[in-house]
Design a protein around this ligand. Structure first.
Ligand code: NAP
Ligand code: MG
Length: 505
């Protein structure tokens, strides 16, 4: 089929509800109402598989952020939200999960259209993880509890602690897992009893704004508890991070912007949590089961076009298995079917934007210039205007190269062989990065696996697997990969204050 006709056929296959949503124009959710931007600015939303504009979304500027923050402030300070029982709050959080599950196919289509990811992946990963995050967190609402310390003071006292919501939260998310990132932010904040202003990424606003619409239609949150907007980083993200009525900012994105968030938060010393970049090592020992390691490393490297902060971007394999592993991984990578995300047979989609394609391709060029070999990939798709880059593996690399040190955030990974080394030496190489988000280790020796797990400085360690995510598993970074943890009970800590109460008896 002609490429253009094929692209048009794919977009024509979108669910009627999605077509209506795109035609009517997505809106912000502010103070319980669906509204457009005050200044009237709009942002083009492109399908990265075709580079064509599919709709426009409003562009929030500081006046919109101010309105959203004030509504969240009012809802927190005066609204029925703070007076609700934990059980009632938990039920509402659960309901958000049900809304997403009920509209799962529509959300999968939106994620694919907006981010470019294969729809099969959105159906299997993004959407279930998103609704399961709400289901998981909802159960915690009734389990948030303080403690009864026993102070050793000279008078007779009774002491207890209270866990209280931190207040109004500003949340800023990236474009790689748009709905899942929104879920990871909204679910724990709401469960803790906070009110929220969420800014979706300018490149992928569609699923968050669709959720906003469905919240108005199908959930009964009091106005102001959830506000959802989109806009540019400087125009909308920065005023949210700086806003004096915001008590806490939760950010996921690059380490560079994370540092700006910290600075912006100093005005009123708001609490800050950060999920930032990564450069995960994946280490293959000589005794690894290659039948599992080959598909595992391939998935680790190229899932979601490699636009994952925990992607397996540095492959280290023992010299005795290096060739066999890399033959397997490069064959698997070359066989990945790259195509439009909405095509159900595509296994890899385009990168999210023209900018991102340029950035990632720039790294392939830098690798070549620094002497790395392109084992496989390194080029786009012929006859397509979309932002495609085939799965790319670089070999003949060393730890001085930019491609080994810097986060690429695309389908480009670097493979190196290691000799007979002590575990400490290997761990030092794995830890030779400013990041510390994740790592994986492949070996059949359980002792080696757990010894490596202890030695690697990262928030997530996968043994004989990669990219296993669940709302119960705490997720976050050591070093410059961030502050705090998402998921698990740890995520609630981001949104709670502790108050110690003491009475003299
Ligand atoms: P980014 O440029 O840091 O953007 C992230 C978010 O921050 C976007 O919503 C962005 O708005 C906003 N932003 C940009 N400048 C800002 C500013 N000065 N003040 C406030 N907000 C601002 O990152 P990205 O390119 O979208 O995402 C890729 C990066 O995110 C990678 O480095 C990746 O490792 C990291 N990431 C980390 C995790 C994790 O969990 N640790 C998960 C996913 C991604 P715009 O939409 O206008 O850009
Ligand atoms: Mg887009």
């Amino acid at each position: 089929m002609d490429k253009k006709v094929e692209d048009e056929t794919l977009e024509a296959s979108l669910a009627p509800a999605i077509k209506t949503y795109l035609q009517n124009g997505p809106k912000f959710l502010i103070d319980g109402e669906l509204v457009t931007a005050k200044a009237g600015g709009m942002i083009d939303v492109r399908n990265p598989a075709t580079a064509q504009v599919v709709t426009k979304v409003p562009e929030a500027r500081s006046e919109d952020i101010d309105a959203a923050v004030k509504s969240a402030r009012k809802a927190f300070d005066e609204g029925p939200w703070s007076r609700m029982t934990a059980a009632e709050r938990g039920k509402l959080v659960y309901k958000l999960g049900e809304i997403i599950e009920r509209h799962a196919e529509e959300f999968a289509q939106l994620e694919s259209l907006d981010n470019g990811k294969p729809i099969s992946e959105a159906r299997a990963a993004d959407i279930p993880v998103s609704y399961n995050t709400f289901y998981y967190m909802a159960g915690w609402a009734t389990k948030i509890a303080g403690s009864t310390p026993s102070p050793s003071v000279p008078i007779d006292v009774h002491s207890y602690t209270l866990r209280e919501p931190v207040g109004v939260v500003g949340q800023i998310i990236p474009w790689n897992f748009p709905l899942m990132m929104a879920a990871w932010k909204l679910a724990p904040a709401l469960t803790a009893g906070c009110t929220v202003v969420l800014k979706a990424a300018e490149d992928t606003p569609l699923s968050a704004l669709r959720l906003a619409e469905l919240i108005v239609e199908e959930a009964d949150f009091p106005p102001g508890v959830i506000n959802i907007v989109t806009g540019y980083g400087e125009g909308a993200g920065a005023p949210l991070a700086e806003h004096p009525l915001v008590d806490k900012v939760a950010f996921t994105g690059s380490t560079e912007v994370g540092k700006l968030i910290v600075k912006a938060a100093t005005g009123n010393l708001k609490r800050v949590t950060l999920e930032l970049g990564g450069k995960a090592p994946t280490i293959v020992f000589p005794d690894a089961d290659l039948d599992r390691a080959i598909p595992g490393v391939t998935l680790g490297s190229f899932f979601a076009q490699g636009q994952v902060c925990v992607a397996a971007t540095r492959i280290y394999a023992h010299k005795s298995v290096f060739d066999k592993l890399m033959d397997g991984v490069s064959e698997a990578a070359a066989n990945i079917k790259v195509g439009p995300g909405l095509d159900p047979t595509s296994q890899m989609g385009p990168l999210v934007s023209a900018d991102q394609l340029q950035r990632v391709s720039g790294y392939v060029d830098a690798g070549r210039e620094e002497g790395a070999n392109v084992l496989v990939g390194g080029e786009g798709l012929q006859d397509s205007d979309g932002y495609f880059l085939k799965p790319t593996i670089l070999t003949n690399a060393n730890s001085d190269m930019r491609v080994v040190r810097e986060e690429i955030f695309g389908p480009v990974v670097v493979a190196q062989a290691f000799g007979d080394a002590e575990l400490d030496q290997l761990a030092a190489e794995a830890n030779n990065t400013e990041y510390g988000l994740a790592a994986s280790v492949w070996t059949q020796n359980a002792s080696v696996a757990h010894k490596m797990a202890k030695r690697i400085k990262a928030g997530t360690i996968w043994l004989n697997c990669h990219h296993v995510f669940d709302p119960s598993l705490p997720f976050g970074g050591y070093k410059q990969s961030g502050w705090g943890r998402e998921n698990g009970p740890d995520a609630l800590e981001n949104y709670l204050e502790t108050k110690a109460v003491t009475m003299a008896l």
